[in-house]
Design a protein around this ligand. Structure first.
Ligand code: HXC
Length: 257
């Protein structure tokens, strides 16, 4: 398609989204945010896609919101024309999303990674919320998702100081699913995404929805949703197939329905 700031490709059942503003270390300007959300929603509507990978370059996943584009905006502009609103659409796609992070994941870049379901980091990855150095605070989830990922005290230190956190520390803290050598990042991300996409699509949607409830609702509400989703999956052909395959000692053939 005719995106100018990202590359969108399909490989088997996996949709790949590569941020592509190398001149600005993939800073999230309004075009990129709109294109990323549009492309992710297109994959989400496509039953042939079972997982999405989001990645950047070796040097930067994304160095944050585009500071140059943002600098002159008024409070009214930011409230009324919130250029990052489209990222909430990205965060809400049903399809599981794997972030493959190398290099800088700062500010909005760190926040974008936290909108994904699996975060694979190259050993070169660096995470941080440096907004305080610019006279602002994180604005697309950094104070909320980071706190849930790493706990209050780690998140507060990062947000209040703007300090950058290397991949190993981010993994220990719980922000990263797994750290891999930089040269293997894309292969690993592809393997994780293919594995997710090989299972039943509606079951993956249910799993993601239940997982998200753990971040967005009370435990009581989340447990109720999990129970309801779990029961509803017994209406699917893929549940019958998965359990029949187990009994027959063969690999299941999911039809994604
Ligand atoms: C616009 C950016 C940018 C950004 C880098 N660039 N980050 N442009 N917005 N966030 C541009 C630089 O201006 C430069 O362009 C080019 O990319 C290369 O960057 P350098 O700084 O020359 O590279 P380096 O010295 O290696 O330093 C890398 C860096 C640094 C440490 C990542 O670029 C940096 O600190 N960037 C800003 C990080 C940040 O503060 N992010 C949070 C943004 S606020 P030129 O044309 O000069 O070559 C945010 C809020 C989100 O994300 C909430 C919104 C609601």
């Amino acid at each position: 398609s005719d995106y100018t700031t990202i590359v969108s490709e399909t490989r088997g059942r996996v949709g790949w989204l590569t941020l592509n503003r190398p001149e600005a270390l993939n800073a999230l300007n309004s075009t990129l945010v709109a294109e990323l959300a549009d492309a992710a929603m297109a994959f989400d509507r496509d039953e042939a896609i079972g997982a999405i990978v989001v990645t950047g370059s070796e040097r930067a996943f994304a160095a944050g919101a585009d500071i140059k584009e943002m600098a002159g905006k008024s409070a009214r502009d930011m409230a009324m024309e919130n250029p990052f609103a489209a990222l909430e659409d990205f965060a809400r796609v049903r399809t599981p999303v794997v972030a493959a992070v190398a290099g800088f994941a700062l500010g909005g870049g760190c926040e974008l990674a936290m909108m994904c379901d699996v975060v694979l980091a190259a050993d070169t990855a660096v995470f941080g919320q440096p907004e305080i150095d610019l006279g602002v605070i994180p604005g697309i989830g950094g104070t909320q998702r980071l706190t849930r990922a790493v706990g209050y005290y780690k998140a507060a230190e990062l947000v209040l100081t703007g300090r950058r956190m290397p991949a190993e520390e981010a993994e220990r803290a719980g922000l990263v699913s797994r750290v891999v050598p930089a040269a293997q990042l894309l292969d690993e991300a592809g393997a994780v995404a293919e594995r997710i996409a090989s299972r039943s699509l509606p079951v993956a949607y249910a799993a993601k929805q239940a997982l998200r409830a753990s971040q967005e609702t009370s435990a009581a509400e989340g447990l109720r949703l999990e129970r309801t989703l779990f029961a509803s999956l017994f209406a699917l052909e893929d549940q019958k197939e998965g359990m029949a395959a187990f009994a027959e000692k063969r690999a299941p053939e999911f039809r994604h329905r």
